[in-house]
Design a protein around this ligand. Sequence first.
Ligand SMILES: NC(=O)c1ccc[n+]([C@@H]2O[C@H](COP(=O)([O-])OP(=O)(O)OC[C@H]3O[C@@H](n4cnc5c(N)ncnc54)[C@H](O)[C@@H]3O)[C@@H](O)[C@H]2O)c1
Ligand SMILES: CC(C)[C@H](C(=O)O)[C@@H](O)C(=O)O
Ligand SMILES: [Mg+2]
Length: 356
Amino acid sequence: MKKIAVLAGDGIGPEIMAQALKVLTALKLPLEFEEALVGGVAYAAFGHPLPAEVVELAKKSDAVLFGAVGDFKYDNLPRYLRPEQAILGLRKALGLFVNLRPAICYPELTAASSLKPELVSGLDLLLVRELTGDVYFGQPRGKRISPDGVFAGTEEGFDTMRYAVPEVERIAHVAFKAAMGRSKHLVSVDKANVLETSQVWRDTMIKVSKEYPEVTLEHMYVDNAAMQLVKAPKKIDVMVTGNLFGDILSDEAAMLTGSIGMLASAALNEKGQGLFEPSHGSAPDIAGQNIANPLAQILSAAMMLRYSLGMEEAAVRIENAVKKVLAQGYRTGDIRSEGCKLVSCSEMGDAVVAAL
Ligand SMILES: NC(=O)c1ccc[n+]([C@@H]2O[C@H](COP(=O)([O-])OP(=O)(O)OC[C@H]3O[C@@H](n4cnc5c(N)ncnc54)[C@H](O)[C@@H]3O)[C@@H](O)[C@H]2O)c1
Ligand SMILES: CC(C)[C@H](C(=O)O)[C@@H](O)C(=O)O
Ligand SMILES: [Mg+2]
């Protein structure tokens, strides 16, 4: 029996999580689920977005299935109490430095993509994002009275962008291994023309590339990468980048697949333990209406079966069921197209269960 920590969170989190649980339950796998509150709902109940018990639950579980956290009503809380700290805190506490975000454009969704069908048809791009370093976690950071410069004496915010060589090495190995199993072409994204952090990143990528002579390593500045993603995304197969650039580029990549509601995400540590969540947020604008797309959450559950639980066959069953419901014409509002069968969030979950 494998133990899954189920952390649905805020906004659409509980709505999409219910669909993923429906699908997992229908597969009759040896899984037991333990639910807990995180994010804004945990702050409201316990005064903290990530209670210590939840970290313990996550650590002793075989995997974490995460929904989404956040609500604009918490925007004025200090950073350490904001709902987003739940996901950031879990990534740090579990050492989840690998983030895999596959951007796959299913044939039926080429019309829903933000790009012309010919640019995205057949798209299957893997974004490998470093997840526990960079400006997200670098110290020092804070707010202070500016000590120098033109704006000295005024309030300023500051963060520290940093990457240590071993930190880049370990994500580089993940990315090169992924490239070895695919087209043997790796694009590393940085801003080495401006940032010291990126120079360390690039030098380390070049050093690690010597261990993978079959892989062609290409470097791209992040501004160009943002452009290439919409110009010719199929020229990119595996893309590796840091935490901040990866966050931004993954939302951009999501729109090539038709919707942010299609982009699954796996966060893994050295032991293969993982947290699985859709790449999108809590979508407060559509929460409570049963209209969110649950497919990224359902596909994240499939990634959980594959990467943390060794249940490849069940993962493939879910992915095939998703392909089937799309072929059958079922669409939530975000991926609707002419002639489709427009369904609610829960109806989409039911359709996937029926298609298993
Ligand atoms: N991992 C996470 O938990 C996570 C990720 C991103 C953002 N957030 C948080 O979520 C909150 C809202 O952030 P945001 O609005 O910038 O980003 P968002 O991803 O929540 O929403 C952006 C847009 O995409 C739409 N959308 C998102 N998911 C969808 C789905 N499954 N189906 C249909 N439409 C979908 C939303 O309706 C919205 O219009 C913020 O508090 C933010 O910090 C959390
Ligand atoms: C909610 C936020 C902290 C998170 C991030 O920036 O990593 C989200 O945008 C994501 O992409 O998972
Ligand atoms: Mg993001």
